[in-house]
Design a binder for this molecule. Structure first.
Ligand code: NAP
Length: 293
């Protein structure tokens, strides 16, 4: 009997890591597709994906994309446009290509400039993840109750957009539509800057060679909580930082100003000012937590 959730016959996942692998797992679990085929960089990761039953088969060349009706590109953001360029010609007319990249404006613009004749492209970014990567980090419930931003433009094919929306809803996500430019501004603030700060904080602490103690060995709850995301994949975060450069530089400048204000208040022993700053941030965060629960 055919699943009520079925949307596609064959899903191709290019980059069977945390995100691509999790999409494949849940798609198979709920019968959203009949078959999932994987493509990737290293055979080791693809073999892991086979062992974990994440994909049904894997291939190294895109000729096997021939009868995939949905192609998910889940590789680092710097590779997505190039992969669409290479993959598109092997897809059947009408196939949908979608991505999951954490930066959208440049990717969507460049793919639309390719003016692909065969396929329909829909940009997507699931707001779900962990600091782990690769097929072994994937799990089917990753998108449950999370949001997924779709970034259609005037050029986006409406039936393809509807299908990608359904795909994400059936994977458990709440879909939000947003312009690619606004997406990148928001995520520079809410995701990309925090990663830069976490990496910088670990560097700053780890570089304190003037103290003859292994400072990092004293890190307990606070430091570990705050820097969890500095365990994220450096390749992924290098690419995101460079592709969202303008917005990220703007956010770093704003952060420098905020940090400078804290430094000034501490330096001048201005307890009142410091309290006001901490209190305002505490209230803002409490409000955020309330809206999430
Ligand atoms: P990941 O676990 O590292 O998976 C990426 C996979 O892509 C790896 O299996 C890698 O293969 C493969 N790959 C890398 N370059 C490739 C290439 N040129 N051609 C084919 N395969 C290639 O990363 P992820 O966390 O799933 O992230 C994938 C995408 O999702 C990124 O665009 C990221 O911005 C986006 N995203 C991530 C998160 C998050 O929190 N992690 C959240 C939302 C969106 P190997 O294993 O062989 O190197």
């Amino acid at each position: 009997m055919e699943s009520d959730f079925k949307l596609f016959n064959k899903m191709a996942v290019i980059g069977v890591g945390l995100i691509g692998g999790s999409m494949a797992i849940r798609s198979k679990e709920i019968g959203l597709v009949d078959k999932v085929i994987g493509f990737g960089r290293s055979v080791e990761n693809l073999e892991t994906a086979m062992k974990l039953n994440i994909i049904d088969e894997y291939h190294r060349d895109f000729t096997h994309l021939k009868d995939a009706d949905i192609v998910v590109i889940a590789t680092p953001v710097s590779s997505i446009v190039h992969i669409v360029k290479q993959a598109e010609r092997y897809c059947e007319r009408g196939a949908i290509i979608t991505d999951v990249g954490s930066v959208k404006e440049e990717i969507v613009k460049k793919i639309e400039q390719l003016n692909p004749k065969h396929i329909h492209f829909v940009g997507a970014h699931p707001i779900a993840g962990t600091e782990h990567s690769g097929a072994s980090a994937a799990f089917g419930a990753l998108f449950e109750g999370k949001r997924c931003v779709l970034t259609p433009t005037k050029k986006t094919d409406q039936p393809a957009l509807t299908k990608v929306r359904l795909l994400w809803e059936r994977l458990g996500a709440e879909v939000v539509l947003m312009e690619p430019k606004l997406h990148d501004t928001i995520f520079a603030a809410i995701s990309h800057l925090p990663h830069i700060i976490a990496y910088s904080l670990v560097k700053c602490t780890n570089d304190m060679k003037d103290i003859d103690e292994d400072i990092m060995s004293y890190s307990a709850g606070v430091f570990l909580d705050f820097t969890r995301i500095a365990s994220s994949d450096p390749e992924m975060w290098r690419d995101i930082s460079l592709l969202n450069k303008g917005n990220l530089i703007e956010m770093i400048k704003r952060f420098e100003i905020a940090l400078g204000e804290m430094k000034k208040a501490i330096g001048s022993s201005d307890g009142h000012r410091l309290y006001e700053e901490f209190h305002a941030s505490q209230q803002a965060r409490n409000k955020l937590i309330k809206s999430k629960s």
